[in-house]
Design a protein around this ligand. Sequence first.
Ligand SMILES: NC(=O)c1ccc[n+]([C@@H]2O[C@H](COP(=O)([O-])OP(=O)(O)OC[C@H]3O[C@@H](n4cnc5c(N)ncnc54)[C@H](OP(=O)(O)O)[C@@H]3O)[C@@H](O)[C@H]2O)c1
Length: 428
Amino acid sequence: MEKLKVAVLGLGTVGSGVPLILKEHQEKISLVTGVEIVVEQALVRDEAEKVDLAKHYDIQLTTDYQEILSNPEIQVVVELIGQIEPAKTYIIQALESGKHVVTANKDLLALHGKELVETANKHQRDLYYEAAVAGGIPILRTIANSLAADNITCVRGILNGTTNYMLTKMANEGWSYEQALDEAQALGFAESDPTNDVDGIDAAYKVAILTQFAFGMSIDLADIDKKGIRGMSSDDIQMAQQLGYIVKLLGSSKKTNGSVSAEVGPVLVPADHPLASVQNEMNAVYVQSSGVRESMYYGPGAGAKPTATSVVSDIITVAKNIRLGISGHMFNSYASETVLTKDEDIESKYYFSVNVEDKVGQFLKLTQIITEAGASIDQLIQQKSDGKQARIVAITHLMTKAQMAEVAKQINRVSEFELVASYQVWTD
Ligand SMILES: NC(=O)c1ccc[n+]([C@@H]2O[C@H](COP(=O)([O-])OP(=O)(O)OC[C@H]3O[C@@H](n4cnc5c(N)ncnc54)[C@H](OP(=O)(O)O)[C@@H]3O)[C@@H](O)[C@H]2O)c1
């Protein structure tokens, strides 16, 4: 059988899973593609470290990328180094050298996707990156292919396993934020610098890619409002539960009258909503559209095998395209002018909690602030008081993001008020 020779850049968690999946499912993959896909070469930083792995899968190791670029037998480069450089240069050089590219690099796709797609287009090469969003969940292919006939209105998802694990433990076990982070780090879910996860940056990368697929719009990372879970109080999580909600860090992208709003932030999801049942490090993407109406895609967002399986499915697509002579079509060809929704037009209900000095008239003062912003309250609860400090929790009716920003600004102006949390409440 004819061979399709592949080079893997980076034999780390995902990179070392690729030859494993190719070997485990070799027979099926050959039947589907009509070729035998083999990892011929791998770029590593330290050959000695990967020598056993290379021997096991009969892979030639190199520390010199030029060896891969100049090898005419390599048709596909699989970039699994991560981050921006040298990954970006390597991908561009591979495409320019006539090689197809598969990657799982969400950071790179979110920040430089347009340039990479243009380069692939120019050289009529394939560029696939299914694993960049939600690891093992085939969400990009589903949006690009299966939902192509549908009009998607909103995509919301649990896109970061680390923070979902932390929030699950805070809700179910009553752990503090610090306890949950320590445990996530001990289990290897969170890195020693957890910034990308807990500040919502990792989820924002995925939101940028999802926005491109769902709405054809290229949104800048700076235009995605990012609110993470750093320092979140378990009191708010418990309070939300008493009110019938589960707090989830959601990445969302919504289309309203031709414009799009994208954000990452904690959201109070009704306890009976399918997203509320997504526990621990699992991911899920919930799509609302006019045809199918509601669909949810659930699975592992990370891990060597799930992610490598997704990467190999991209290699299989490339192999099929080569065989059919249709290489060079874009992974997602939907493109539309990028128009951002104004904060005055983004509506949601909000949950917020405020620590106040415990004295008469505080409820009234808070109500006045909300009324003056043109908004109104659905529920107002005094949570606890130690005689000096009380905690007031409110859930508003529908209001705009601009109004909520004004309410937050005015609360912060009152010296005896401290705004602890302000989260969106799920609205359809
Ligand atoms: N892990 C997941 O579950 C997951 C899920 C979805 C997407 N992804 C994405 O998949 C990609 C790979 O992630 P990973 O978790 O596999 O990362 P990883 O475990 O850190 O592996 C990266 C590998 O690349 C190597 N490397 C780094 N720079 C290199 C260079 N200049 N030349 C050659 N090798 C180099 C590293 O070598 P050293 O060991 O010498 O540093 C390491 O072996 C990232 O883009 C990530 O965002 C990962």
